[in-house]
Design a protein around this ligand. Structure first.
Ligand SMILES: C[S@@+](CC[C@H](N)C(=O)[O-])C[C@H]1O[C@@H](n2cnc3c(N)ncnc32)[C@H](O)[C@@H]1O
Length: 279
């Protein structure tokens, strides 16, 4: 089903008028793709969908969740985790506390990756971990810390690259057992995070469009990876401004592999790869 830009706008306006959510500054291309999938999955045309959105709150909440793309992994893009391990996190080792915000944490794999890495660096105890997402189903999954094993076997490769190996010294190998952090149960096809990790983060629903910091804290590190890629330039800039306001000087913002900060705001940061240090 091919939709016009006007039909996508009609959909966005309906959501905006019937809920607290506003997708008008999301990129049209990805919105169109998601809407086409929603129509297909529900076996509906746009008019039927709009009518149901207007009259059925539960359906509307579900549709909002279906708009978001929740793809994530443990130690996704290992290179940035190596940068965090060797270049960024050690800078905070003398801090009393390290405040970290995962904005758009999806089902939590990024949050668990951070906690595992912090623990390996002996920094977990002093870290405060805040994690938020617009999608409450994703947050519930994040709290459970329970993932499919076979589908996610690549997690173990990523773990080895970041936790066991040293890309700067091939002779170094830290034989950290997986069960220090999670249990793999091949029979039930699951990976389940250990309790000491699950109880650490403060998970909250939060919509970046609203432009607020709901934790009332300042941060040493903000990870917002593979989220702004779905936003238009105007919304990207609002979100960068929010992060800039709530980072400490010398704090870092980390973006996804295919995301870049452009415009005036970029002059407020020193950029190295995907990491932006607030000046
Ligand atoms: C592709 S996932 C990225 C997950 C993780 N950061 C990573 O890089 O693996 C994008 C997440 O952004 C969330 N998201 C989308 N729009 C948002 C918004 N306005 N506010 C907060 N989170 C949002 C989605 O629900 C989704 O879980």
């Amino acid at each position: 089903m091919i939709l016009t830009d006007q039909e996508v706008t009609y959909f966005v306006t309906t959501i905006k008028n019937s809920s607290p959510y506003d997708f008008s500054e999301y990129s049209e291309k990805s919105l169109k793709r998601r809407l086409q999938k929603i129509l297909l999955d529900n076996n509906m045309d746009l008019i039927a969908l709009i009518n149901k959105l207007k009259t059925n709150k539960e359906f509307l909440e579900q549709t909002v969740k279906d708009i978001t793309v929740n793809t994530t992994e443990l130690f996704r893009d290992p290179l940035i985790w190596q940068t965090l391990k060797y270049r960024i996190l050690p800078k905070f080792s003398e801090n009393k506390t390290i405040n970290i915000w995962h904005a758009g944490c999806s089902t939590g794999q990024e949050v668990y990756s951070m906690m595992i890495l912090l623990n390996e660096l002996d920094l977990l105890d002093k870290a405060k971990i805040f994690a938020s997402d617009i999608n409450t189903d994703a947050l519930e999954a994040a709290k459970k810390g329970l993932y499919k094993y076979r589908f996610n076997i690549g997690y173990l490769d990523n773990f080895d690259k970041v936790i066991k190996e040293n890309p700067f010294n091939y002779d170094e190998y830290n034989d950290v057992p997986y069960n220090k952090y999670f249990k793999i149960d091949k029979v039930s096809d699951s990976i389940i995070m250990n309790d000491f990790l699950k109880k650490k983060p403060i998970f909250r629903q939060h919509d970046l469009v609203k432009g607020e910091n709901l934790y009332f804290a300042k941060f040493d590190l903000i990870l917002c990876r593979n989220v702004i890629i779905y936003f238009k330039y105007s919304l990207q800039n609002k979100v960068f401004k929010l992060f800039q306001d709530h980072l400490y000087t010398n704090g870092y913002l980390v973006l996804g592999m295919h995301e870049t900060m452009l415009g005036d705001i970029a002059s407020r940061f020193d950029k190295k790869g995907q990491a932006y240090r607030k000046k």
